[in-house]
Design a protein around this ligand. Structure first.
Ligand SMILES: Cc1cc2nc3c(=O)[nH]c(=O)nc-3n(C[C@H](O)[C@H](O)[C@H](O)COP(=O)(O)O)c2cc1C
Length: 190
């Protein structure tokens, strides 16, 4: 799949086919996440692949989001910030969040590329997630990703609106929307 297609086709899906996805595809997506940029090349994220239905139920409860129960697999992304904090002090924490996001986007695009779907779940009770998976206090829980296969009906459902290009770009200084010399910008597909 072309990169641009994968970027545009990625959507948050909260209903999954009953059919189990091939776990090898999930491992491949985790493998590709490792290639994301990382401050000082200190990759701090870990990916926990959960297949135990009891633990998945606990994660659904911890997030108060029922659709998670229907996933055969959930990946929980966590970060060990210690080395980054040692090298960059308070800034290390910022770097840890940013590079986890970069790794996660690689992961999401690699899932799309292999025909799998997921939804980024950021709302959860940290302590309950830690408890369900035995994650220690000093490890930061980034997000949960219930993974499945998409039904054809859902795949054909409408696109989500995204901000227009002209609303996300400034030139030379804050809030300056004009490019010199003046050039008209058009979002692709608009
Ligand atoms: C940091 C973050 C946290 C999110 N948390 C949740 C969540 O807890 N539950 C949920 O259903 N979706 C969650 N989402 C998914 C967003 O709702 C979704 O990305 C947004 O509506 C745009 O839709 P799209 O992903 O289909 O483009 C989260 C997304 C991000 C990036």
């Amino acid at each position: 799949m072309q990169l641009e297609n994968a970027i545009k086709e990625r959507r948050s899906i909260r209903r999954f086919l009953d059919k189990k996805p091939d776990w090898r595809k999930i491992i491949r997506a985790i493998d590709l996440a490792r290639f994301a940029p990382a401050a000082g090349n200190m990759f701090a994220a870990k990916f926990i692949l959960i297949k135990d239905p009891e633990r998945i139920k606990k994660l659904a409860n911890a997030s108060q989001q029922d659709f998670i129960k229907d996933a055969h697999y959930v990946v929980v992304v966590v970060s060990d910030d210690e080395k980054l904090k040692k090298s960059y002090n308070e800034r290390g924490e910022r770097y840890a969040r940013q590079q986890a996001g970069a790794a996660i986007q690689n992961f999401l695009l690699a899932l799309v590329d292999q025909g799998l779907v997921t939804c980024w779940v950021g709302h959860f009770d940290d302590e309950q997630v830690r408890g369900a998976l035995g994650i220690p206090e000093d490890i930061f829980v980034e997000a949960l990703f219930p993974i499945g296969k998409e039904t054809k009906a859902l795949a054909q459902s409408g696109e989500k609106s995204k901000p227009d290009l002209e609303n996300v770009i400034y030139f030379d200084k804050w809030k300056n929307k004009l490019m010199e010399p003046e050039t008209r910008l058009a979002s692709e597909g608009s």
